[in-house]
Design a protein around this ligand. Sequence first.
Ligand code: ADE
Length: 264
Amino acid sequence: MTQEYSDGSVFRVSKGGDNRSIVVLVAMMSEAQPIVDALGLKSVGRLHGAYPIEHFASVQRPYVHLVVNGKCPRFGVDNVASQPAAIAAFLCIEKFRPAVLLNAGTAGGFAADESRVGDVYLSYPKVYFHDRRIPIPGFEAFGIGSYPCPDVRTMAQAIGVKTGSVSTGNSLSSIREDLEMIRRHDARAKDMEAAAIAWVAEQHRVPFIGIKAITDLVDTERPVHEAFLGNLHTASERLAEKTVAAIAYVERFGVPPQADEVSH
Ligand code: ADE
């Protein structure tokens, strides 16, 4: 099977997907653009007619697929948060049969953890939801999710990033209960997509790794939206540098093995 780039050149997709492929899922185009540029990727088109989810790839590394959630046609803004992320993850697994799903994006950090704007984290040991509060036996643990990630500690050292659990919710701002849940899990990065993708990855037994660059410090006085918009460009540059390094690491050493189950 072949697909055409928007400039007319042809990209080959092996029939039934390529088992070695590396899929990078990104929510916002401003987060994705520096990665697209650094890897010399080109737009291949939409992954599915019903969604504006865009696929980028290159002839040089046909096993690397970057997918961006695109813009909401009603509101004209990037399709952030859990639903588009889950659908993009499912479409990518069906189409590319990836060896790993990387979710590259930005996140809030915590001054209490000595995080700084521009720091990059690989998700380890787990990814959680912090805003699915269902205080009914059984459902509570389901809501939180606690998805284990591969043991990326050696990889993180090699590419010069930190490790920490990532906690996901559908809001940029936080309420007290969100922050309590994030602290309870000792999560170092607060985002809006990782756990949604990790859930899809778990259903299909595909390893999931979040790579998150810090744009704002949630536990400081500066309003989150102001810090996020002010630091998005710089953090996305750092994100691209480390995402390229993460891909190179996986190309060379393979996907790190899944961490042993630890209790939550
Ligand atoms: N992405 C960047 N900063 C964030 C925050 N504070 N919360 C959720 N997602 C984010």
